[in-house]
Unconditional design. Structure first.
Length: 323
């Protein structure tokens, strides 16, 4: 007999589900090209658990997946899940497979937060054990990610980047299957994650930030001076105290303020000229947009008038030399 959808609690707001954040990338317009039907994804992942025997495992014998899918846990969401499981038990099993390298151990395919809660509560974790290859593991984990409504755009993009880096194929077919996205969308996701990991991890999941704003930041950081400024700012003592969305907004503002300053302050070039008889001297300066003569000494006025009266012929001579 088919089991109850193990992801139903993540979608219907029942006891074990963590509360959805007010800012959720998945409900924004740009995200529609990233997520397929949540019901379809949940059904696909459910088939890995349907009809399988649920066992209880010592959480100390279980290791995380070889592909990380979260940049950081939301403390409030995690606490809500912990309270729900503490009071009502773990209703939905996690999926694990025998560890590919360590005999007697297991590796999580999905259900990391339920596993962490079990460890914290010192309880066995309820799990389904299935034999899976690395590639099947990655696809299953990605499909479960697509069914989960609270992963942000950048978390999905980072997962796609890490999976693509494993080179299971030459055309990213595995990534496309795992996340149920088209090639155009995948290309945009991979381009956004092409920035230093230190910056990505410092900002975190930023659930209220969509693809276009991440791409704006990526372009800003392509300038070395902006990247250096961003890294220095992200390492500051007050940065980590902000929420993830606030970290993103403040970092972008900091980088843009540096860009504006750099454009506004252009060093002037200054040089001097003087006639051999010292009857006139000139201070010459330029800032890249303006060029100024400051004439001094006794012939300054007469020489200035001479230049003014002969501007037409002087410009013609300049044009001749510029040919």
């Amino acid at each position: 007999m088919a089991r109850k959808n193990p992801f139903a609690t993540l979608m219907d707001g029942s006891a074990e589900a963590a509360p959805q954040p007010a800012l959720d990338y998945t409900i924004k317009g740009a995200s529609r090209s990233i997520l397929s039907s949540i019901d379809e994804m949940a059904l696909r992942a459910d088939k890995f658990l349907e009809g399988e025997t649920i066992v209880e495992l010592d959480p100390e014998l279980v290791d995380p997946s070889f592909i990380e899918d979260r940049l950081e846990d939301d403390p409030a969401e995690y606490e809500a899940l912990l309270v729900a499981i503490k009071e009502g038990g773990q209703n939905s099993p996690i999926l694990v497979r025998p560890h590919p390298k360590s005999s007697g151990r297991y590796m999580i395919v999905f259900g990391h937060r339920r596993w962490k809660v079990a460890k914290e509560l010192r309880r066995p974790v309820r799990a389904v054990v299935k034999e899976l290859t690395d590639q099947a593991h990655a696809v299953t984990q990605g499909q479960e990610n697509s069914a989960r409504a609270n992963l942000s755009f950048i978390e999905k993009a980072v997962f796609a980047s890490r999976l693509s880096g494993l080179h299971y194929d030459n055309d990213n077919a595995t990534v496309l299957s795992a996340l149920s996205v088209d090639r155009s969308t995948l290309s945009k996701m991979l381009s956004v994650t092409d920035m230093p990991q230190e910056i990505l991890r410092a900002i975190g999941p930023a659930k209220g930030v969509g693809r276009d704003r991440w791409y704006e930041l990526k372009l800003l950081l392509e300038r070395p001076s902006n990247l250096e400024r961003a890294i220095e700012y992200a390492r500051g003592p007050s940065f980590a105290s902000l929420s993830s969305d606030q970290r993103f907004v403040s970092l972008v503002a900091e980088v843009k303020s540096g860009t504006r300053t750099a454009k506004a302050v252009t060093p002037k070039r200054v040089r001097k000229w003087a006639a051999e008889d010292k009857a006139v001297s000139v201070d010459i300066s330029t800032d890249g947009k303006h060029f100024k003569f400051d004439l001094k000494a006794k012939d300054a006025v007469k020489f200035g008038e001479f230049i003014s009266e002969n501007l037409t012929s002087l410009y013609a001579a300049f044009r001749d030399t510029a040919k």
